[in-house]
Design a protein around this ligand. Structure first.
Ligand code: GLU
Length: 477
């Protein structure tokens, strides 16, 4: 039986889950699924000093959040590198037996001293033919052959490496533990990986790893190295400088679909995006269209503003029930969910993040008889025109005459339009003071829909309070 291609994602659980890692995972996921293959999750947990179980759990959770789900048929794992320790040692022994690797008994300091003396950088192959036997404190080095190593890379084409620029690199440390280069290759061979798609920063490792595949008698995988992510200053995204943790965007009210869509557009433009004037595409279309050959070579700017713009679109397009489910955790427990559902369709267009929702509508959820906190600057501006006071009085009177069944947004709007005619003002201006009076702010959901949800009694109470405030202001003037 032939099996489909086998991709892998091989994070080291040494910190929170990086957006660059998430993008690499998505590339592998899209390809494995489209090509009827497998996505292998391998946790490279052999750096014991830096690993933490919670980070492994965090990676798995964050992967599930972006849709890379362990329940999917294409998903295999997680496998843990630590479980392959015996295979790493066996492979090292084979390399030693075959002569592809040799032991060296120089200490790190001695290697440096030699390099200095010889005026070279790195290791000069001193022990290649000294017949050093294995032993404590002795490292196993790979005997880099002469010639050129050609890495076929799906993103970059053929990349040539002159082997004379590659030192005999270490496979096993002096305490017999494997280095990354060896463990990573042995795991890939053990897991029958056919395609390695990873970040560009690993490209310098690739000729060495390809030699290892060959020396171990295995056919090297297809390689692809995707460009790194950079920040606004075009510096590589870093944990210390930039917000890079996927979880932090999730906690900030970025929707998973928006994050996924945005990550996929970094270094790659979905076909049809230019014609459509938009890069917003559902996952199934991104998955169907993604090709490594179309990934650009230049570093990709991780633009948080653009991510937020994607998020805004996604929030706007969410079906109401999904929006209500997604935003629920951001709402105070004691808010009436039915009331929130009534205003929700009118605010989704105005949200950049889910967490922006409560502040926008909190004036609807105050205890009976409580007034919203009024933004003084907004009040002063809205109350300034001479007509503002008389207009407010008239609106309050007109709204007081509504019967209970008439308290609907369309009717509230029509009434305000009728009143404003004699003031020769436009609707935008007309709404300003009633809005601040009722909501406390100059921005918020559409006014008439908000008034409908707030109800007649509370609207009138707040409008009349505002009328009183205007009157005391003009007395003071
Ligand atoms: N653990 C390595 C990393 O996180 C894996 C590199 C690879 O994909 O081969 O960078």
């Amino acid at each position: 039986m032939t099996e489909g291609p086998r991709f892998r994602f091989a994070p080291s659980p040494t910190g929170s889950f990086h957006v660059g890692g998430a993008r690499t995972a998505l590339h592998n996921w899209a390809l494995a699924r489209r090509l009827g293959g497998t996505f292998v999750l391998r946790i490279e947990d052999t750096d014991e000093a830096r690993n933490r179980l919670e980070w492994t759990e965090g990676i798995i959770d964050a992967l599930a959040w972006i849709g890379v789900s362990a329940d999917d048929d294409h998903f295999e794992g997680p496998h843990f590198q630590s479980e392959y320790a015996a295979a790493h040692i066996t492979a090292a022994s084979r390399l030693f037996e075959s002569g592809a690797a040799y032991y060296c008994d120089l200490t790190g300091q001695e290697v440096q001293d030699r390099a200095k003396k010889l005026g070279i950088t790195g290791y000069d192959g001193y022990s290649r033919d000294r017949g050093v036997e294995p032993g404590s404190g002795r490292v196993l080095r790979f005997r880099v052959p002469e010639g050129t190593t050609v890495v076929h890379d799906a993103v970059r084409g053929d990349v040539l490496f002159d082997n004379s620029t590659i030192e005999d690199f270490v496979l096993l440390r002096g305490n017999n533990t494997p280095m990354f280069l060896l463990a990573n290759v042995v795991d890939d061979i053990e897991m029958r990986i056919t395609d390695v798609v990873r970040a560009e920063e690993h490209l310098p490792n690739t000729p060495k790893q390809q030699m290892l595949w060959e020396a171990l008698g295995a056919e090297p995988p297809r390689w692809a190295h995707v460009p790194v992510l950079v920040n606004e200053q075009r510096k590589k995204l870093s944990k210390r400088r930039d917000k890079v943790a996927v979880e932090s965007y999730r906690d900030d009210g970025i929707l998973a679909d928006a994050m996924v869509n945005y990550l996929m557009t970094l270094g790659w433009t979905p076909p049809g995006a230019e014609e459509a004037g938009s890069e917003i595409f559902p996952w199934n279309e991104l998955e169907a269209a993604f090709r490594l050959e179309d990934v650009t070579l230049s570093p990709a700017f991780f633009d948080v503003k653009k991510l937020v713009a994607f998020n805004k679109q996604y929030i706007k397009n969410l079906p109401l029930a999904d929006f209500l489910a997604a935003v629920d955790a951001d709402l105070p427990d004691d808010w009436d969910r039915q009331r929130f559902a009534a205003i929700a369709p009118h605010i989704t267009e105005r949200l950049e993040r889910l967490g922006d929702a409560p502040a926008l509508v909190e004036f609807l959820f105050l205890p009976d008889g409580a007034d919203p906190d009024v933004d003084d600057a907004a009040w002063t501006k809205a109350a300034k025109p001479d007509w503002a006071g008389p207009f407010l009085v008239e609106i309050a009177e007109a709204y007081a005459s509504f019967g209970p069944d008439e308290w609907r947004s369309d009717k509230l709007k029509a009434t305000m339009e009728a009143v404003m005619l004699s003031y020769e003002i436009k609707l935008g201006k007309a709404q300003a003071l009633p809005r601040v009076a009722v909501t406390g702010r100059s921005v918020g959901p559409p006014l008439f829909e908000a008034l409908e949800v707030l109800g007649q009694n509370e609207t009138l109470r707040r409008l009349r309070n505002a009328v009183t405030r205007m009157a005391s202001k003009s007395e003071a003037d």
